[in-house]
Design a protein around this ligand. Sequence first.
Ligand code: E4P
Length: 218
Amino acid sequence: MKFFIDTANVDEIKEINDWGILDGVTTNPSLIAKSGRVFEDVVEEIAKIVDGAISAEVTAEDADTMVDQAHELIKLGENIVIKIPMTDEGLKAVKVLSKEGIKTNVTLIFSVNQAILAAKAGATYVSPFVGRLDDIGEDGMNLIRDLSYIFDRYDIQTEIIAASIRHTAHVRECMLAGAHIATVPYKVFKGMLNHPLTNSGIATFLEDFKSVSTKGEF
Ligand code: E4P
């Protein structure tokens, strides 16, 4: 199981990267807009911070321009993965890029059929959006479960990134459902870290230790 962080905020990325648990970063045009920074600058900086896959999304809608944008994006770091929306033009671009050895992450996946098409086209990763399916009354985790079963059954090498993760239970559930990767927002990472029994346990240990004599600084 790998963890990516789903943000374009460099401070958030640095903080979680320092925990030693990050395997990559996913961004999207909305997250880049929220960062308030120049697209290429922020992607290049992120690619230097994290030693892992950094997804940067194309904004073109036709395959040729997507491929051109991908060629520009990979100049920003050796670890750049090209995020491509799940469309017919997107599939065509994935095919071209995969033949060139460029890694792709097909995004906005909401069905098994979409994920299979992306995998067949040569996607390195597919990103099924769990939270957005939950938002419309579907069970996003079922999609992860189905994909995990099918990818295993047919020995498909494409990795499943559980995306649109909204809370800590989603992380636990997508691990149980067989996702290879969860891309987790900053505040969900913070939620994963904390437990009230840990905090009260630390407080008790420190209080009790005050009566202990030591030979040095503890
Ligand atoms: C994934 O790569 C996307 O950036 C992301 O998970 C979307 O999540 P949202 O539905 O919370 O916007």
